[in-house]
Design a protein. Structure first.
Length: 179
């Protein structure tokens, strides 16, 4: 019988184990995200895949914030995060930490996600943009490249948190850190 697992059967890490564990070498940089619910969802996906961290920038709310906490479900306590007034400072910090930085956006020279092959020893930071304006052009110009999620319908974008989940899972499957 295909019974759902009970929480005690899932062998989840506790907070201390999570904090001291090896991390998936990906940072998510949030460029002026308006919705606290989107931010909380990014934290939750980042926890699920044990990413290196989340950089919160500009107008984005930061923990503890009611809307973030509603969707983060405690992951703001496990995932490393930092706040930057300016997204360019977050990009600079990620580069100083040895991360290649890619904007997630639609541009004339973007690389489709299914064509992107990360370097085997790579550390990647992904800049995810504002729900209306996307990633600021000045930020795009400061990145090492631009990745785009292929889309085939009438809409030209996914929700911010959905986009983040898609790209994190894609990178996880390509970089296979914990398999």
């Amino acid at each position: 019988m295909n019974m759902k697992l009970r929480p005690e059967e899932m062998n989840r890490m506790n907070v201390d184990s999570f904090k001291s564990s090896d991390k998936f070498q990906v940072i998510v940089i949030l460029d002026n995200i308006r919705s606290g619910n989107n931010i909380g969802s990014v934290f939750r996906s980042s926890d699920a895949l044990r990413t290196e961290g989340v950089f919160i920038c500009g107008i984005s709310a930061k923990p503890p914030h009611r809307d973030i906490q509603k969707t983060a479900l405690g992951s703001t306590e496990t995932v490393r995060w930092e706040y930057f007034e300016n997204t360019l400072d977050a990009v600079k910090k990620a580069k100083e930490e040895g991360f290649q930085v890619y904007a997630l956006e639609q541009t004339h020279a973007s690389i489709l996600l299914d064509d992107f092959i990360p370097s085997e020893d790579g550390k990647i930071a992904i800049v995810v943009g504002n729900e209306v304006r996307g990633v600021d052009q000045e930020v795009i110009d400061s990145c090492d490249g631009v990745l785009e999620i292929p889309q085939f319908g009438t809409k030209h974008s996914f929700n911010v948190s959905v986009s983040t989940g898609i790209i994190l899972w894609d990178l996880y499957t390509k970089m296979t850190p914990f398999k």
